[in-house]
Design a protein around this ligand. Structure first.
Ligand SMILES: Nc1ncnc2c1ncn2[C@@H]1O[C@H](COP(=O)(O)OP(=O)(O)OP(=O)(O)O)[C@@H](O)[C@H]1O
Ligand SMILES: Cc1ncc(COP(=O)(O)O)c(N)n1
Length: 269
């Protein structure tokens, strides 16, 4: 009899038809780190590298059926969320996540795409704050999402640190605020501020890559953390690996799409 022990992870997110972001990016990322990926699709968007043309959320009873089907068979060791659409979907995900055992939860609070399309209703921000974030082992807002969650504007790194502490107070154990642009001498870097559950905090920096092929960076980053946690890596190591390999995927561009193209998951080692 085959055991169910191969590392398995789950993404609870939206499909992006151009394959660059959402569930598609998450599954590429899981695959690249040798983790089996499954998905609960909550919505699908019709889009390409220029923008999003349409979006469609799935019925809640269908989402319930997806969770149940996976719970009856798979041994998922870690799960992540991406696009969440609206309040009723967030509540549904919270209920299903609490009903089943899918391991630690990584919340990537996706609000807008790289083309500026909104993937989360304004009215759902409170539900995100009060219902979903408290369940998160790791939350990975980018610079602008973090400002929406804490409801104040960042002017400097001290504000980023203050926001991470505020997000931790919502119940999130480990917080990564991505995407501060910091100069180290002449070199522009993209730095992610990390605040761990034990109170330790630090910046993870890589050189800024001047490219528009950045669709799916946030999805990939959070999916890699999820994959590494599914393989029992520590949160600190999982975040460091995610930073390193996401940088590899951004800096080894592939020629797909005209504007906000995908990153290169084959570059991930
Ligand atoms: N141009 C770039 N050059 C180098 N690193 C980058 C670049 N853009 C993003 N990153 C890195 O990629 C990772 C993903 O961050 P990013 O801020 O892009 O997330 P996002 O896609 O905006 O997030 P979300 O999915 O939450 O909307 C981070 O580690 C960030 O520092
Ligand atoms: C369906 C879907 N989900 C998420 C994103 C965010 O992508 P990114 O990782 O670039 O922030 C997206 N563009 N589409």
């Amino acid at each position: 009899m085959i055991t169910n022990s191969f590392p398995q992870a789950l993404t609870i997110a939206g499909s992006d038809s151009d394959g660059s972001a959402g569930v598609q990016a998450d599954l590429h990322a899981f695959f690249s780190r040798h983790v089996y990926g499954s998905s609960v699709l909550i919505a699908a968007v019709a889009g390409n590298s220029y923008g999003i043309h349409a979006s469609h959320s799935f019925p809640l009873d269908f989402i319930d059926a997806e969770f149940k089907a996976l719970a009856e068979d798979f041994q998922i060791k870690a799960a992540k969320t991406g696009m969440l659409s609206d309040s009723s979907l967030i509540k549904n995900i919270v209920e299903n996540y609490q009903r089943y055992h899918f391991g630690p939860l990584i919340v990537d609070p996706v609000i807008t795409t790289k083309h500026g399309a909104k993937l989360l209703e304004d009215a759902a921000i409170n539900t995100l704050r009060e219902k979903l974030l408290p369940l998160a082992l790791v939350a990975t807002p980018n610079y602008s999402e973090a400002q929406v969650i804490v409801d104040f504007e960042f002017h400097d790194q001290a504000d980023v640190a203050k926001a991470a502490a505020q997000i931790q107070k919502l119940g999130v154990k480990d917080v990564v605020i991505k995407g501060s642009h910091v100069y180290q001498g002449d070199q522009e870097t993209v730095s992610d501020y990390v605040l761990l559950a034990d109170g330790s905090h630090y910046l993870l920096s890589e050189k800024y890559v001047d490219t528009t092929h950045i669709n799916g960076t946030g999805d990939t980053f959070s999916a890699i953390i999820t994959a590494e946690i599914a393989k029992n890596k520590s949160v600190r190591d999982a975040i460091a690996i995610a930073k390193r390999v996401t940088y590899e995927a951004i800096s080894n561009q592939i020629a797909v799409g005209h504007q906000f193209g995908p990153i290169n998951h084959w570059a991930i080692k």
